[in-house]
Design a protein. Structure first.
Length: 253
């Protein structure tokens, strides 16, 4: 079994519904579990209905519009509240900040804090997007005393990685481990017990095929690469990362 803890198959900007369902079915045949990061609150319901049909798919409820008003965030939280008890919902996220994009940083932080305050009212883990802003996000999560965190698509320093591990939070390794040396570096240093896997489909194709969309079916490339870096067997990489994902997201698979 493999668990892709982060994908966007049900975002119509990237895949048609027919394409998404085909990928989901093939993933089921290959024993791949998928956790969809839903980012459109108005479409949570529609997408959860699709997810209900498949045993191998779960969802996290996210919102990552970076430059929006307090009211818009409030509205997103309203949708989260409505679906938080859905049996397929296993986390809040992705939420977070992104200094790679040119937006008002203060506004981003305000929105992130507002979403975290809501996340704290639930028992669910928080899936954090922290592009170019890892330490900053970490400090806010620490200050807010968030208990369970997955740093999605993590690409921070070794120092920060160690702080995350000390907190017993998780780091999600995406398919960019095939070509990002900084990611390879921390995969080598940090025990596998703190990692989960993701593709962030349709982004981050492991073979950097720009014309091709990434899918959960490519997780096997990460497993191969991580096995090579850590000198652990592919079976162990699959087993340990699946156990971790199962534990933090409470999937019971
Ligand atoms: Zn994402």
């Amino acid at each position: 079994m493999l668990i892709d803890t982060h994908s966007h198959l049900l975002s119509r900007a990237f895949f048609t519904l027919a394409q998404a369902e085909e990928i989901i079915k093939e993933s089921a045949r290959q024993n791949i579990i998928i956790v969809e990061s839903l980012l459109e609150p108005e479409r949570y319901e529609e997408n959860l209905k699709i997810i209900e049909k498949y045993n191998n798919v779960f969802a996290t409820l996210g919102f990552l519009e970076l430059e929006v008003s307090k009211e818009q965030v409030e509205k997103a939280i309203g949708f989260m509240k409505k679906y938080i008890n859905h049996p397929k919902v296993v986390g809040i996220g992705e939420i977070g900040m992104d200094f790679f994009r040119e937006t008002n940083r203060e506004n981003q932080e305000q929105n992130f804090r507002q979403l975290l305050d809501f996340a704290k009212t639930t028992d669910l883990p928080v899936i954090v997007h922290s592009r170019a802003v890892g330490k900053y996000c970490f400090n806010i999560l620490e200050e807010k005393q968030i208990k369970q965190v997955i740093f999605h698509c993590f690409e921070g320093s070794i120092k920060l990685t160690k702080r995350i591990v000390e907190k017993r939070w998780f780091i999600s390794i995406s398919t960019n481990v095939l070509y990002r040396e900084d990611v390879q570096k921390y995969v080598k240093k940090i025990p596998l017990e703190y990692f989960v896997l993701e593709t962030d489909s349709p982004f981050l194709h492991p073979l950097r095929k720009k014309e091709e969309k990434n899918t959960p079916l490519n997780l096997k490339f990460s497993v191969e690469k991580i096995s090579e870096i850590t000198s652990k067997s592919k079976d162990d990489v699959a087993k340990i990362t699946s156990q971790n994902a199962n534990k933090i997201l409470n999937l019971n698979v």
